[in-house]
Design a protein around this ligand. Structure first.
Ligand SMILES: [Zn+2]
Length: 583
């Protein structure tokens, strides 16, 4: 699941105008849409014997755990464009081909940027007392020049005035760049499932386009919280520029959440270029910009290697201790050795795709898609984010093949890459295959929103629906309908046989952060399932503990079974899945 820590701060500025325009457009159209009542008289449902067969294969003959174990234990973390990512692309392609799927191949997109792999790493405190620390280099961090042993400096900067006292003090030093963070006892426990109350609230949620949309052209003032986040972001950027200019040898930040040795680590930060006098500082990438815009300031852009200090994230207990030591007058020394390799031989990204060919003479040229992202962050093995979703999507296809079912439409599994850097693989694939949304210019206050402009390819009308799984290891509890009420009768009928497995909730709400958005944003039916949380945000999502042992095997089997049934029935119905109207 994609998470941009600065997105919130810039949401108002970067995304408001197009979001408002889209919401307005949907509101205007939904009243006139023949699909909006969802009153389809005969919804296709597979015979009970078929559903029973899918359930038996998915429950009693499941391969999902074996698939997941190979992806995580043998291949490991799958940073976009790393050698492990390539191995995962090839292994998933070969595995699906072995199961009898057709047209199994890698599809290029991009260019994305360079790959990175960690060759060796060590970090420890040597003085005044020796102890190892729990830490992990950030992705695309440059190597240190051999093992660096140095005094540790805590960069205690809260405002612009604080920079002066560190001027000339950081050359060759190991620098702690973030604040300490209080750790609280975990009285509640980390794991959770969605409660009945929570699901009932989701089911009652109104059409998102009728509640959250500001009027077109209305520029909302940022909240104090957004202003503070923007200020913190600007300060952090300035600090990275400062330590770079001052010649620090290593930069260490504090894991932003987590405890008990769990740390959350993503990409290295690039020192911003000095802003010419009189110009506004450039903003961070975020989902609003294109892949090329994001790559400009990204660590995976080769041009930025010279503007990065070797850097790592440390577990909070160790980080806090070293800061406290400094505040008590000790002068700790550390040794840090990061040896990493950049991979520049192929800058293209790759998605894995494979098909179960359709059997209906007319409908076989149409598509039903399912998938999740195969790339991950690098400190764990990307088990819940998102080997889980990939193993489930693959398993759903395997279930259909093993059950001897012959779908009318072609079913295509897609395993994306570049998701963690901004949904790149799915978005570029959708652009290539189906079409592209043209960004509307900002609307002046009081003027009506222009129609959303989608440039469609010939395949646009061939896709029925895309189903995504990327919210961890939790079982499926229902589906986010993305404001498309016309799909309700289908999904209601298809969830009914799985009510005993805990899946029965439909919500009109949107959910974000993952690859169904690439379809949804150009008006194609793209859905993410509602899943149980388990330990996703508290422990595993982007952490060094996102490993096979955090996987709930029975949840994975349930998810694959339900996904198989949804995909099969979408491939069997006469009509395509109704679309929400997007001019
Ligand atoms: Zn993620």
């Amino acid at each position: 699941m994609f998470r941009n820590r600065f997105l919130g701060a810039f949401l108002t500025f970067a995304l408001l105008a197009p979001t408002a325009a889209l919401a307005q457009d949907l509101r205007a159209k939904s009243a006139a849409s023949p699909n909006s009542t969802g009153a389809k008289s005969a919804v296709y449902t597979a015979p009970k014997a078929v559903i029973d067969k899918i359930r038996d294969e998915g429950t009693n003959h499941s391969q999902v755990v074996q698939t997941l174990s190979y992806l995580t234990d043998v291949i490991g973390g799958r940073l976009t464009n790393s050698p492990n990512m390539k191995r995962a692309n090839e292994w998933t392609r070969d595995t699906m081909a072995k199961w009898g799927m057709q047209n199994a191949k890698l599809e290029a997109w991009g260019p994305f940027g360079r790959g990175w792999s960690l060759k060796s790493f060590s970090a420890q405190v040597n003085e005044p007392t020796a102890f190892p620390v729990i830490a992990y280099p950030k992705a695309w961090s440059p190597s240190t020049k051999g093992a660096v042993t140095s005094e540790v400096v805590y960069l205690d900067i809260k405002s612009d005035e604080d920079f002066a006292k560190y001027k000339g003090q950081l050359s060759g030093k190991i620098v702690l760049i973030s604040r300490t963070r209080e750790i609280k006892a975990d009285f509640e426990g980390m794991g959770s499932r969605r409660t009945d109350e929570e699901l009932a609230k989701m089911a009652a949620a109104p059409d998102p386009s009728t509640v959250t949309a500001p009027q077109p052209g209305q520029q909302q003032a940022p909240t104090p919280e957004q202003q503070e986040r923007a200020r913190q972001f600007a300060l952090a950027q300035k600090m990275f520029g400062f330590v770079f200019d001052e010649g620090a040898a290593v930069v260490i930040d504090n894991s932003r959440i987590g405890s008990g040795g769990t740390l959350f680590v993503s990409a290295a930060s690039v020192a911003p270029l000095p802003t010419p006098a009189g110009q506004a500082a450039p903003q961070g990438g975020g989902f609003g910009g294109g892949a090329a815009a994001r790559a400009r300031s990204a660590a995976y852009n080769k041009d930025n290697e010279a503007r990065m200090v070797p850097q790592l994230t440390m577990a909070t207990e160790d980080y806090n201790r070293i800061v406290r030591m400094i505040q008590l007058g000790a002068k700790p020394k550390m040794t840090v050795d990061i040896q990493a390799q950049f991979h520049d031989e192929d800058l293209m990204g790759y998605n894995t795709v494979a098909e179960i060919p359709g059997t209906d003479p007319t409908l076989k040229s149409e598509l039903v898609m399912l998938g999740g992202h195969l790339d991950s962050w690098h400190s764990g093995t990307g088990a819940t984010d998102n080997a889980a979703g990939c193993a489930v999507a693959m398993e759903a296809a395997r279930i259909l093949i093993a059950s001897g079912l012959k779908p009318r439409r072609t079913i295509r599994v897609a395993l994306w890459s570049g998701e963690e850097q901004g949904l790149n693989g799915s978005r570029e694939y959708v652009t290539q295959q189906f079409g592209e949304r043209k960004q509307a210019p900002p609307v002046p206050a009081g003027q009506p929103a222009p129609p959303v402009d989608v440039v469609k390819t010939a395949n646009y009308d061939k896709l029925s629906a895309y189903y995504n799984l990327d919210n961890g290891t939790g079982k499926i509890r229902g589906v986010y309908m993305q404001g498309n009420s016309a799909v309700r009768p289908y999904f209601e009928a298809w969830l009914a046989p799985f009510a005993d497995m805990g899946a029965k909730t439909l919500t009109l709400s949107n959910t974000g952060g993952t690859d169904h958005l690439s379809f949804d944003r150009i008006g194609l039916p793209g859905f993410q399932f509602i899943q149980d949380e388990i330990e996703y945000d508290a422990r595993t999502h982007h952490s060094n503990q996102d490993t096979f042992d955090r996987i709930q095997a029975d949840d994975m089997k349930q998810a694959a079974t339900i996904m198989a049934a949804f995909v099969y029935q979408t491939a069997m119905m006469d009509e395509k899945m109704p679309r929400k109207v997007l001019k």
